[in-house]
Every structure is written in structure tokens, then in C-alpha cells.
Design a protein around this ligand. Sequence first.
Ligand SMILES: [Fe+2]
Length: 326
Amino acid sequence: MNNTIQLLTITLLSFLLFSCGSSSSNKNSNSGTNNGEGGGNNPTRPNKSDIKIAIIGDQSISDNAHKLLKMIKNEGVELLLINGDFDYKNNPAAWKKMHDDILGSDFPIIAVAGNHDADDSWELWQEYQRITADWDANPNLSCSGTPGEESSCIYKGIKIVSVSPNQFDYEHVKYINKELDGDNGWKICAWHKNMTKMQTGNKLDEAGWGVYEACKEQGALITTAHEHAYARSYLFSDIEHQVIANNDPKTANLKRGETIVILSGLGGKSSRPLQRDDNWWAHRENANTGAVAGALICSFGKASNKADCYFKDITKGVVDAFTLTK
Ligand SMILES: [Fe+2]
């Protein structure tokens, strides 16, 4: 009898242990799956059909540059576009590490050369270029061309054409037309330098009007840096002669022949005072307005023809908001 009771007890305990172990194992397994799926549910992410891109330039590896990248991450940005002048210390490794540490080494980034990156020596530029080439190889990007000099990348259907006028010797206008002809999706042009009238400080005529006009003719959003300030123009039908097609301060309809110019050079290096008072800007941020460092962030509708954009400063918060349509 005792033996029978012992046998029954052992059988019952074994059953209970097995059941608990199995249940616990299933729970862990399910939990793992849920975590995997939930990893993409960042609460700050925009609507899933939107593609959130941040555009900056003139970074440095200062505290403000770090703060800005953290802000960009917290905003749920999924692609970063850097329009030149990277770390100002000729230190490609430190510049890359800053992005790896804050955004993660697999974060999609497109970077194009500025004068501080490519003027000093060919060897130094090649170090930067190796980093930009690695970034271009991100599995979420499809890039062609020469990284950091003249390249074209597609991210979830958005075409980003990066060029380097007055830095490297290319036929950029031809390239822009080749890459953007027939593309009816969202298009972004990116480079570092300016024309004097397309910035708010003391920068000289360097980029030439050709790249501006070519991107406008293709209906691409034009983004630059170099001057350490932010400025957003009204809709231009002629950029070289500053002909404004529409001065609606909050919306702009981009189409072939009409676009806006964005100067986004508050990446963390410094904020410079306003030096010009041109009337084609819908919004300006600089040292006079108390801007410190910030990014233009746009949520491009994948299914819709609308993009919601804002410029957010690390201390002032959102200081400009507008809508693009196409
Ligand atoms: Fe520059």
C-alpha cells in the first residue's frame, strides 16, 4: 500500500513539474516572439505608412551634437541625412562612434562631403568615405554612385540624390537629371555649400545655380548646410532669380518646376547670427532667435502625397512646422 502511495505521489509530482516546466518554457518562447514583434512599436514612431527622415549638417562631436542625435532618435526618425561638415576634428573614427553609440551601428545614414571633411587631405577624405560607403551598404538602402561625393540612394521608395558642388569635380546637373527623370515619388536633393542668397550668413556663391535649378526642375526638395543656421524658403519657380510661386507660409506643393530650399546647418557645431534680410524665407532660425542645434524632420506619406515637416531645436523645441504636398 505504502509503495502504491509513493508511486502515485512521484507520478503526480513528475506530472506537475513537467507541466510547470513546459508552461514556463512556452511562456518564455512566446514572450521572445512578442518582444521581437514589439521592438518596432516605438511610441514616438509616426503612422506606419509614413517615413520619418531627419536632415542636418555642420555637426561636430560636441555635447550639442550628441544631444541632437539623441533627440533625433527619440523622435522616431528612421533615416538620417547629413549634409556635410562632420566632426571638425579630422577624426572619422570618433564621428562614426558618436552615431554608433547613439543611433546604433545599423541605423541608415546618408552623408555627403563638406569642406571640413574633404579640404584637408585626400587620405582623410578617404577615411570618411569608407564610413559613408559602409552606411550606403545598409540593407535598408539601395545606393549607387560614389559615396559622399555623388550618389543616389532609395529608402522605401524615397530617392535621395547627394552631390558635392564646389568640392569634387562632377557633372552634377547631368547626374541629377539622370537620377530623377521619370521618378514620381518623393525626391530629396542634398549638398553642403550654398549660393549667398540661399543662406542667411556670410557664405559666398559657391554651389552654383545649376544644381538648385536642376533639382527644382525635377520637383525635388532641396536641402543644404554650410551656414550654421536654419532657413526654409517659400515655393520657388525660379531659384536663381528668386521668383516665388506661392508665399503660403505653411504649405508648399512640390512639382516639376517648383520647390523649396532648406538650409539645415544647426547640427551642433554652432549657431550663427542673421546677416541678411531676404524676403523669400518662410522661416529662419539662428543665433538671433536663440536656436542652438536642431534638425529638420519630415514624415513622408508613403501612400499619400503629403509630408509633415518640422524643425526641432534641442532647447527651443519645435520652432517651425509645415506641410509638403506633391
Ligand atoms: Fe562648410
